[in-house]
Design a protein around this ligand. Structure first.
Ligand SMILES: NC(=O)c1ccc[n+]([C@@H]2O[C@H](COP(=O)([O-])OP(=O)(O)OC[C@H]3O[C@@H](n4cnc5c(N)ncnc54)[C@H](OP(=O)(O)O)[C@@H]3O)[C@@H](O)[C@H]2O)c1
Length: 244
């Protein structure tokens, strides 16, 4: 039997990378995609899948990627991230624009480019990496929470607009997951990034990848709408119990 095809954006790191491993273990033919294609190639060699270069902010890159992918069954939109922790009144507008471009427009570009291939497959599934930032806010989080609220709106809108087609839409909304996410957010400041997870057992990328694979392996009539998952110590975006 031919394997179902699962495409993962943001597969060079963190949750995307772990999702490729989990989906390959679940029997999917995987396509790992990101700008750092060398990392995707290593991963593809490890799991026996494909690797493709992809910049989700670049129309030409997305078009070339979609042409190379062909038919597809599952798309995991993990490319994304945060930049900075500025208050609204101090907003670095270019940083906010980058967050919107990658997290929201990236999902739009990749979804639209892959939809013909998803429709040909006849049993599609879009899995969006949202966040608890998609329904909570916190001081300094305005730029990131705005875009993850946008991802939540996209998931819900797609579910309405694609109703009647055999395409499932799942939003996975994690709290704190220890990945390079915070190092990216703080422009390479690893000490500041490490402080985010101090005194807490955070989620790890594998925890989220297992949820992605769970949603992707339900029977075709089952749509897991949304899964929220946090570390036990994290009651909300800014109420985190830390051991001394
Ligand atoms: N870590 C958390 O606490 C957490 C919590 C909730 C939600 N999330 C969400 O989960 C997703 C994955 O984050 P992560 O924690 O795995 O962070 P990560 O380790 O920093 O991974 C981010 C991924 O996004 C890719 N990416 C960034 N810009 C891109 C672009 N223009 N085109 C293509 N790919 C791009 C990066 O690959 P390249 O740089 O190689 O392109 C990388 O593979 C993000 O959407 C994030 O917002 C994370």
């Amino acid at each position: 039997m031919t394997k179902r095809v699962a495409v993962v954006t943001g597969a060079s790191s963190g949750i995307g990378e772990a999702s490729v491993r989990a989906l390959a273990a679940a029997g999917f033919a995987t396509v790992a995609a990101a700008r750092r294609v060398d990392r995707c190639e290593q991963l593809a060699a490890e799991v026996g899948g494909r690797a493709l270069a992809l910049d989700v902010t670049d129309d030409a890159s997305v078009a070339a990627f979609a042409a190379a992918v062909g038919d597809v069954d599952v798309v995991v939109h993990s490319a994304g991230g945060a930049l900075g922790l500025d208050r609204v009144e101090d907003a670095d507008v270019e940083g906010w624009r980058w967050m919107y471009d990658v997290n929201v427009l990236g999902v739009v570009r990749v979804t639209n480019a892959l939809l013909p291939g998803i429709r040909r497959g006849g049993n599609g599934h879009l899995i969006l990496l949202g966040s608890t930032a998609g329904f909570e806010v916190y001081p300094g989080g305005g730029g990131y929470t705005a875009v993850k609220h946008g991802v939540n709106a996209l998931a819900r809108t797609l579910r309405l607009e694609l109703n009647g087609e055999p395409i499932r839409i799942t939003e996975v909304a994690p709290g704190m997951v220890e990945t390079p996410f915070s190092t990216v957010r703080f422009a390479g400041d690893v000490e500041r990034a490490a402080a985010v997870y101090r005194g807490v057992t955070p989620l790890n990328a594998q925890d989220i990848a297992e949820i992605v694979a769970f949603a992707a392996t339900r029977p075709a009539h089952v749509d897991v709408d949304k899964i929220v998952v946090r570390p036990v110590a994290q009651a909300s975006a800014y109420l985190v119990h830390r051991e001394p």
